[in-house]
Ligand binder design. Sequence first.
Ligand code: ADP
Ligand code: MG
Length: 576
Amino acid sequence: MKTFKELGLNPQILKSLQELGYLEATPIQEQAIPFVLKNSRDLIGLAQTGTGKTAAFGLPILNKLEKNKEVQAIILCPTRELCLQISKEIQGFAKYSEGVGVVSVYGGARIDLQIREIRAGANIVVGTPGRVLDLIRRKILKLQTIRFVVLDEADEMLDLGFKDDLNEILSDTPDTKQTLLFSATMSPTIYSIAKKYMNSPEEISVGKKNVGADQVAHQYYFVKPGQKYEALRRIVDSEPDIYGILFCRTRNETREIADRLKEDRYSTEALHGDVSQDMRTMIMERFRNRKVQLLVATDVAARGIDVNDLTHVINYNLPDANEIYLHRSGRTGRAQKTGISLSIITAREFRKIRELEQKVGKSFELKQVPSGQDICAKQLFKLVDKIKETKVDEDEIAQFLPVIEDGLKNLSRQELLTRFVSVEFNHFLNLYKNTRDLEIISADSRSFGDRPEKTRRESLLSDEDFIDVRLNLGKRDGFNIKTLFSMINSLPDLKGADIGKIKMSDSFTIFGIDKNKRNDIVSSFETISYDGEPILASIENGPMIDQSSRIFSGVAKRKPILKKGKKKISPFRGRK
Ligand code: ADP
Ligand code: MG
């Protein structure tokens, strides 16, 4: 890695970088900075999130500024947070560069103040497209003197519907300008922007394209539909120091999950399109200060959030577009810290995991939802640590000690200890003491993804012509071999199929079926229900199931359907 001095930056900038603790250039900086310093050609810079792209364009532009009061550079980015973050960073770089004005402009804030700042002298304007256009139309911002245009996170700007604004803004800039586009991923949108707005751009790409940051571990939890929230709560409870963003698909879901978490005493806030700008600022402030541990957000609302040390990104749902998963997971594992991107999925989403493994270039680890005991143990350790680290104000507490001693004098040391710990700990004990574990596929990651086909386990019960299917129905549900056969024969795509060995336990059933039916199985079972509940069928290629394992002990009890003396009625029926 090179030092910034070797890249050719001026002494004023070097001084500020030294103060900011920037010792060496990151790979994208190492390539982009000398390029922009020496060339006036357009540039596309691609590098993962958190690799210092702001400095990669900010530093050379600053270095090339001329001494005057004109607007020489305009940096467009998708959100208010990014605007503030970029302008703050560039102001830091410009600390010793005399007379350089950096102004940020964005919607949802008073325009008159922004106008005043621009009039006071702005060489670099950082703005969201909407507000920039507004200022151009008011003839406050004049872009005829522009020498640099930066499109930061350009694809997100288009996603957010800024296309027309961008068109209008850029048509106002001189042809002689240099356009720099920076993005974490290469996408068709980026190509189309490049084609439209750039002149035979140079492309600098660092690291693997479209690949998530290396410090991110990808994990997933496999749960039954309807158990996502419970799984989420357990995961969060077993990570007392979690600090992360939970991604939901819609604003309704965001609101709902945040409300439930709040009811369950978690420090959380929701961020979505209906949250006012003032609220948003307040929430972000609380999140940055860690007063909020878990931010529940939609993808759009989370854009531009810059918090570098997230421990977790949680995907409550997998996004439709794999790119979005990369954006999400790129929010953790930043600034040289490791992070976890975890997804809570149902059988339906399993296929996506495979796709994402391809996309990310890493295998995803299947994890087991923590048991009540795991959680209690973790929380207890945390509590003991907290007690050890608590600072005691001897003077203040001294006056109360006699009363305390008197009140507790009949308790032994042992009793005292257990009671003090219980004050805080009872919440978790009560919550988890009688709960069963969720029914979750065994956490043996070897069974999925990261092993090639041939080492996949052979058929569990039957020979080569069969594959094993697992149903979430067992003896306890009143399920038996006869019901299984009539169920299979009621399904048009499976009717008459060869059935292999059958293994039935209290809570689940595994049976072999003609492997040519592989593609019809899951979808067929999705069309019927059993005792009013959906049936979950999955193809088994996991490890042999250990029946004594507690993993499988937690199926919710259903009414037994075979009542004594009554005619046996098949309880399943087609669902619409
Ligand atoms: P990106 O835009 O690629 O996602 P940022 O420009 O936001 O990344 O930088 C991520 C973080 O890394 C910021 O906090 C920034 O101050 C810091 N950073 C960037 N370059 C360096 C460097 N060369 N040395 C130390 N820290 C850096
Ligand atoms: Mg950036």
